[in-house]
Ligand binder design. Structure first.
Ligand SMILES: Cc1cc2nc3c(=O)[nH]c(=O)nc-3n(C[C@H](O)[C@H](O)[C@H](O)COP(=O)(O)OP(=O)(O)OC[C@H]3O[C@@H](n4cnc5c(N)ncnc54)[C@H](O)[C@@H]3O)c2cc1C
Length: 231
């Protein structure tokens, strides 16, 4: 999708691509609610694109009795590790920091910490991935370089929004945080008539807006559009 102001500035030209091909629409207002899950935070290590490596998790049963490595230390990594362990995989969790994040949900945290403590799930803290090979992950941790067997690797390292979509429409984006400039009440950006809804408003700080608070954005945007039309 691409959105650009029309020459007279009163409309947007919105170009979309679907199975039927490209389509051009005209609109007075545009609301971008594109989230961030399409763009995983890559490790940028050799082997990241091998077929047994994924930034997305679907289901655990293909990993029954197989060695699996999960990379990350937040909610997704903890939940995926627990589910794979309970489905019969041999799980190792690799995290670059020295402990799991404090943001892991309070009912998940004791579960994962106790599974690590009892040795049901192996954990390598303070450990970074250097390379992914077929059947193994090469890591560097407090004891130096090591190889961990892995027939599947889940990189649960988060996601980030793609700012190019709104930058093309003239929306200013903070290069550090990827947060688009917007009014927090109306959710209108610096481009009049161009709005943002949902998690995309927070840029890289993806934990700030979720379903429970993002669901009010639609109402605020409609109110702002109605106000603008009434002048
Ligand atoms: C495992 C898991 C559990 C979660 N549990 C909870 C929970 O319990 N409570 C909670 O509040 N939140 C939860 N969340 C977070 C929640 O899913 C997100 O905060 C929420 O989905 C964000 O909604 P959104 O509409 O901003 O983006 P999304 O839901 O990601 O929707 C964006 C949509 O835009 C589409 N899109 C992207 N780019 C384009 C483009 N260029 N053109 C056209 N379409 C595009 C995408 O395909 C997608 O359909 C969970 C997330 C995960 C992964």
């Amino acid at each position: 999708m691409k959105a650009q102001r029309s020459r007279d500035g009163t409309r947007f030209r919105v170009e979309t691509v679907h199975e039927g091909g490209p389509r051009m629409r005209r609109a007075r207002n545009v609301v971008a609610a594109v989230g961030y899950y399409d763009h995983p935070n890559r490790l940028d290590v050799p082997g990241e694109d091998l077929p047994h490596v994924s930034h997305y998790y679907y289901e655990p049963h293909a990993c029954w009795r197989k060695p699996v490595v999960i990379v990350g230390g937040k909610n997704s990594a903890a939940i995926v590790a627990l589910e794979l362990y309970r489905a019969g995989a041999t799980v190792t969790l690799v995290h670059r920091r020295d402990r799991l994040s404090d943001s892991v949900k309070y009912w998940v945290k004791p579960d994962i910490e106790n599974r690590i403590k009892e040795g049901s799930i192996a954990a390598r803290f303070g450990t970074c991935v250097e390379e992914i090979r077929r059947g193994a992950l090469v890591v560097r941790g407090p004891k130096g370089r090591d190889e961990i067997p892995a027939e599947a690797v889940y990189l649960m390292t988060g996601y980030h929004p793609d700012p190019t979509l709104f930058e093309g429409a003239g929306v200013k984006v903070d290069p550090e945080t990827l947060a688009p400039v917007h009014d927090p009440q109306s959710l209108e950006t610096n481009v009049p008539g161009f709005y943002l809804a949902g998690s995309v408003v927070s840029g890289k700080n993806t934990g700030r807006i979720f379903i429970e608070n993002g669901r009010f954005h639609g109402e605020a945007i409609v109110a702002s559009i109605v106000r603008a039309r009434r002048g």
